[in-house]
Design a binder for this molecule. Structure first.
Ligand SMILES: Cc1cc2nc3c(=O)[nH]c(=O)nc-3n(C[C@H](O)[C@H](O)[C@H](O)COP(=O)(O)O)c2cc1C
Length: 167
């Protein structure tokens, strides 16, 4: 039994969060594959799936969205969890930030069991417009490993309940 963790990430921050999620799930005793979304062919070997997406202008990164659309049928038959990243301040650790409209629709599409918004990261030398302009006063790393771990513990509990032979 294994859990698939995949992500849509433009500048690597969300990929880093997916790596944290994978590591923490392994610490919970689950087997995990961390795979880029375009490398995933079928979900046969996975009994649960975590999909993370970077937020750009209130929309999920295209690769995360397309992954969910491409695998809708298979995702509907497994426990699925989403995370979004993320605010360039500490708001995500202070309050529960609901999914944006498009992500909410994807959750309904596959019957996702849960969602969390996690802080984001923008490097001071981010390239491209408007990222470079934003980086002048918004650069920073707001990803919180403790928050990721707490969320992972909660979803691991659900996975173990829904997939009784998980461990
Ligand atoms: C142009 C631009 C637009 C953004 N829009 C949003 C947004 O709508 N909501 C949000 O929470 N974060 C937003 N962010 C912050 C990013 O989501 C954050 O930098 C995230 O960590 C990026 O992930 P990535 O490094 O995986 O691409 C935006 C960042 C940029 C550069």
């Amino acid at each position: 039994m294994s859990v698939l963790v995949t992500y849509g990430s433009k500048r690597g921050g969300t990929k880093g969060l997916a790596e944290m999620v994978a590591t923490d799930l392994r610490e919970e005793g689950l087997e995990v594959d961390l795979v880029a979304p375009n490398q995933v062919k079928r979900l046969d070997e996975y009994e649960a799936v975590v999909v993370g997406g970077a937020l750009y202008a209130f929309r999920w990164h295209r690769a995360a969205k397309q992954f969910v659309k491409r695998h809708t049928g298979e995702l509907r038959r497994r426990p699925v969890f989403f995370f979004s990243s993320g605010p360039l301040d500490d708001s995500a650790t202070k309050k529960d930030i609901p999914p944006v409209k498009g992500v909410q629709a994807l959750m309904e599409r596959v019957g996702a069991r849960g969602h969390i918004t996690l802080g984001g990261r923008l490097s001071p030398d981010a390239k491209g417009f408007p990222a470079s302009a934003m980086a002048k006063n918004k650069a920073g790393d707001w990803r919180d490993p403790a928050q990721v771990q707490a969320w992972v513990r909660s979803i691991a509990t659900i996975i173990r309940t829904e997939v009784p032979h998980a461990i």
